[in-house]
Design a protein around this ligand. Structure first.
Ligand SMILES: [Zn+2]
Length: 141
């Protein structure tokens, strides 16, 4: 006597619909954001100011302004710049014998330059990562 067929069970379709904008590989999206391009298509600019993100990509329609990057980019920037400056301080202390004022005169401007130079690419990379992971605020209207 043949075994009875397994009981058929209905399952809802839990597959998530793809977003309406292009979805490149993760590292491509991060790299495009870091370069200041739209993370989804790479064909338009991500920023409309130094740190102001364009509301929506004019080519692919990705909701760039809806990505809630918030305090992430400044935190990552402080971590990166802090690691560089502290490593440099340790090297300067152990190999050179500079006065504290000379070290201050080198490291304080370097910290400011690093923070200003890194903030924009780090914000772009964060927006690229979050857009690729579809972490987007729902539209408010
Ligand atoms: Zn785009």
């Amino acid at each position: 006597m043949p075994a009875p067929p397994p009981a058929a069970r209905w399952e809802p379709d839990r597959r998530k619909a793809p977003p309406p904008w292009p979805s490149p590989p993760l590292l491509v999206a991060i790299g495009r954001g870091m370069a200041g391009r739209c993370p989804a298509c790479g064909r338009t600019r991500l920023f409309s100011g130094y740190l102001r993100v364009t509301q929506e990509c004019a080519v692919c329609g990705a909701p760039l302004g809806q990505v809630p990057a918030d305090d992430g980019p400044p935190v990552f920037t402080v971590l990166i710049a802090g690691a560089i400056v502290v490593a440099l301080l340790v090297v300067m202390e152990s190999t050179m014998h500079l006065s504290i004022w000379t070290e201050t005169g080198i490291l304080v401007p370097l910290t400011l330059i690093l923070a200003i130079a890194l903030l924009r690419p780090v914000k772009g990379a964060t927006v690229g990562l979050m857009l690729r992971l579809e972490i987007v605020k729902p539209p408010t209207h």
